[in-house]
Design a protein around this ligand. Structure first.
Ligand code: UDP
Length: 327
């Protein structure tokens, strides 16, 4: 059995990745400190509690499972918090990832899949971003992820660490079988906040700014289904196994939707009213982030089949209504 070390496997994207890995015949070993993750989301392989900054614990886990590769999801990821407490992001995300990467290299585990972000690009008006677009992150979250990308490149030069970097756009949706789904505490993401507002778990959604330079004044994002996203990770792992070398891939669909368009689709999917009010801009938000995913489709053979707004909201709504194990 081939073990894959999945950091952050108890979180939203990591838990979906564990399911996809198990379905592809791997054994996903979750390594998670449970600060933002949930142990009951670890359903598809062994669980090892531990922190990225704990080198001795990492060494123990590498020795126990001898994983063939690492999939590294564990990170702090709230833009607002990153603006007010950047030190947490540099310590946990950058120093933590450096500790993990060094431990992997020292254990001889030289295939590494890293979850980066479109937040590394920052503001680029009215362009579809490709992997060569300049990276000017607007916040410490994006900056921390960009720094980890640099660490991976240096470790490739010095230690032959093969890596695939995925720069995600906006991840939404849930496992269609509702075994795992999205639950952050606190929640900051548009789709789960909106579904909470729709079924009365929150007073209402605040739309962060209607004065952006977009057709309806609200920010535009490229939404990708979490299941499509993790399928790309399995393809990325196979890419590394085939010895194809290090590569960066954007994961988005090439289609941008405004906050108001997401609200409109949600009304249709749920057949409910979306209670919302208009608020000021949120610090650190870019006007428009839209990806080209041509490279992932051409080179990895990735097909984002569930990434329509309708399917993402339908799957998230099913999870929200039936599968949310922390109701
Ligand atoms: N957004 C919003 N109200 C909220 C949460 C998010 O208007 O309560 C907007 C946010 O400004 C952005 C989009 O929804 O334009 C997606 O935000 P999210 O936090 O889900 O992802 P991000 O783009 O920050 O990665």
């Amino acid at each position: 059995m081939t073990h894959i070390l999945v950091t952050g496997g108890a979180g939203y994207i990591g838990s979906h990745a564990c399911k996809a890995l198990a379905q592809a015949g791997y054994v996903p070993v979750t390594y998670d400190n449970l600060v933002t993750g949930w142990q009951d989301a670890v359903k598809f392989g062994p669980f090892e509690q531990g922190d990225l900054l704990d080198r001795a614990r990492l060494d123990e886990v590498f020795a126990k499972y001898q994983p063939a590769a690492v999939m590294h999801f564990a990170a702090l990821s709230q833009v607002g918090e990153a603006m007010s407490e950047p030190g947490k992001y540099w310590s946990n995300n950058v120093t933590g990832s450096l500790t993990l990467i060094q431990a992997a290299v020292d254990a001889g585990c030289l295939d590494f899949v890293f979850s980066s972000t479109c937040a590394t690009y920052g503001e680029h008006d009215n362009v579809v971003l490709d992997e060569a677009s300049p990276q000017y992150p607007l916040n410490a979250y994006g900056a921390s992820k960009r720094a980890i990308e640099d660490i991976l490149r240096d470790f490739e030069s010095a230690h032959d660490l093969n890596h695939v970097i995925f720069r995600y756009f906006n991840v939404a949706g849930a496992d269609p079988e509702a075994e795992v789904g999205e639950f952050h505490q606190p929640e900051t993401h548009l789709v789960p906040l909106m579904l909470d507002a729709i079924d009365g778990k929150r007073d209402g959604l605040t739309v962060f700014g209607t004065d952006y330079d977009t057709p309806d004044g609200t920010c535009i994002r490229d939404y990708v289904h979490v299941c499509d996203l993790v399928d790309a990770h399995v393809l990325g792992l196979k890419w590394l196994e085939a010895g194809k070398g290090s590569r960066v891939f954007n994961l988005g669909t090439g289609s941008g939707f405004s906050v108001m368009e997401v609200i409109e689709h949600s009304k249709i999917v749920t057949n409910r009213v979306v209670p919302y009010s208009i608020g000021p801009r949120r610090t650190g938000d870019c006007t428009r982030l839209v990806s080209g995913s041509i490279r992932a489709e051409d080179e990895l053979g990735w097909k984002p089949e569930r990434s329509t707004l309708e399917t993402m909201i339908t799957d998230a709504w099913r999870w929200h209504q039936n599968g949310n194990y922390r109701k």
